[in-house]
Design a protein around this ligand. Structure first.
Ligand SMILES: [Zn+2]
Length: 464
């Protein structure tokens, strides 16, 4: 009897250990974040409905005297049509206005579903206040003006568009985009959209259908972000200047510098409103003055800490690599659930602040004249005792579980021969292993997508 219980316990332990071995802590955490995207329409006060989890971003409906006002319009017209029908079960009053928090396609891409009702609502957006070369949706327009298309390729990797459901968990602060129609494939249309009404100052009070709104300049993810404050209802719509994750101070798909200093100043302004309900562009709302205050304070402190510490390190002559080791969030902030690096990452932010102010040159004159990757790889191979030895080291690093080093050695070998199938596969496998340990969904999706594209390149995808 004793023996059989012992056997049973051993079997259970083995089973548990195996299950744990398959799922890393990062994977568990990221899956946990999916709770933020469970579809629900939550009512606040008498006349505010907040739809979370119906698309990549959240959408609100506010009931006025004779009509309704929306805040944001999602990314996918198909998903927004489904949400429109749900809203229509609540009220059939016509749409008077749509307030777009900022010019990212995931907040206005689905607008046709609402405009199709034919009531010609006012559409409000913010024109950033940074001189001529700015305005609504400047991030996408700047790329278009430059003829830049590659950020779309990187964006699709970051969103994990090509990933099978088995390895795609979420986008950090959002569920999977609608595969049929995403901001990354709309091209022209994303850029051409324009609001009918613009807010250009620091703060503007407007009244629509008997409801008071204050539009407030709040640059963060974009230079055209505004937050929308409803003073009577104590409701604050943050746009993408706040969501539950360490903020994406730098986006790995690539964009112009995101103004980190403005970002924490925007959070500071939000704190000044003393809101009861904080309704973010992504993730679920935060309810209660104390909770709102605590979340915003942590957020402000975290961004300001990263910014100030980076500038301090720069002034000491540190390079980006040194800064990454120097700037670590203090424990009391790093441990906060709303600051987990689901979407943005501290080290990437540090590098971005450096580049944003000083450009690519890290200050070390060795880097003014670097060897080409091929020459460096030849010298590394020579130092390792030949290309075969270098290859053996790359393979052994993988076997030892040192996946980053394996991937870095693979890059030397690919610099020597970029059609080396075994090494392309090795690099792809190493990236997929690293991805499992990343809680930051953007990086994780990018690694997995890149790995699959490498495998497609070798034509060996079916082998796995
Ligand atoms: Zn967004």
């Amino acid at each position: 009897m004793k023996n059989s219980i012992f056997t049973l316990i051993t079997a259970l332990l083995v089973f548990t250990t195996t299950a744990n071995a398959q799922e890393t802590e990062a994977t568990r955490l990221l899956k946990e974040q999916n709770k933020e995207f469970v579809p629900e329409i939550i009512k606040f006060g008498d006349n505010v409905w907040f739809a979370v989890g119906h698309d990549v971003s959240n959408v609100a409906m506010i009931e006025g005297e004779t009509g309704i006002i929306l805040v944001d319009a999602g990314q996918s017209p198909v998903r927004m049509e489904a949400l429109r029908q749900k809203f229509r079960q609540i009220t059939d009053k016509p749409i008077r206005a749509i307030l777009i928090t900022h010019g990212h396609g995931d907040h206005f891409g689905g607008i046709q579903a609402f405009l199709a009702e034919g009531d010609n609502p006012q559409v409000w957006g913010r024109k950033g206040a940074l001189g001529e070369n700015t305005g609504f949706n400047i991030e996408a327009r700047a790329g278009k003006m430059a003829g830049l298309t590659y950020a779309n390729t990187r964006g699709a990797r970051q969103a994990g568009i090509i990933l099978p459901d088995s390895i795609h968990i979420n986008n950090g602060v959002a569920p999977r985009p609608d595969k049929k129609r995403t901001m990354f494939t709309r091209g022209e249309e994303t850029v051409e959209f324009s609001p009918t009404h613009f807010f250009t100052g620091e703060r503007e009070k407007i009244e629509i259908d008997g409801i008071s709104f204050e539009l407030v300049a709040a640059s963060g993810e974009t230079y055209d972000n505004m937050y929308i404050w409803m003073p009577e209802q104590k409701v604050l719509f943050t746009g993408d200047t706040y969501y539950k994750s360490f903020p994406n101070l730098y986006t790995i798909r690539g964009s112009q510098y995101r103004d980190v200093q403005s970002w924490y100043q925007s959070i500071e302004k939000m704190l000044g409103e003393d809101a009861e309900y904080l309704l973010p562009g992504h993730t679920r709302p935060i309810v209660g003055k104390e909770k709102v205050k605590e979340s915003l304070t942590d957020y402000r402190d975290a961004i300001k800490f990263v910014f100030d510490k980076t500038i301090e390190g720069i002034n000491k002559g540190m390079t980006p690599d040194q800064l990454v080791a120097y700037v670590k969030l203090p424990e009391h902030l790093a441990s906060k659930p709303n600051l987990i690096e689901y979407y943005g990452r501290v080290d990437w932010s540090v590098r971005s602040i450096f580049t944003g102010y000083l450009g690519w040159f890290d200050g070390n004159p060795v880097n003014l004249n670097r060897l080409t990757p091929k020459t460096e790889a030849e010298k590394m191979a020579q130092m390792a005792g030949g290309e075969d030895k270098l290859r053996a080291n790359a393979l052994k690093a993988f076997e030892d579980g040192d996946f980053q080093w394996s991937a870095q050695l693979s890059d030397y070998l690919l610099a020597l021969n970029d059609t080396d199938k075994e090494i392309i596969e090795l690099k792809a496998d190493a990236l997929m292993e690293i991805a499992k340990t990343m809680v930051t969904a953007t990086g994780r999706n990018y690694m997995n997508s890149y790995a699959i594209q490498l495998k497609q390149k070798t034509g060996n995808l079916e082998k796995k």
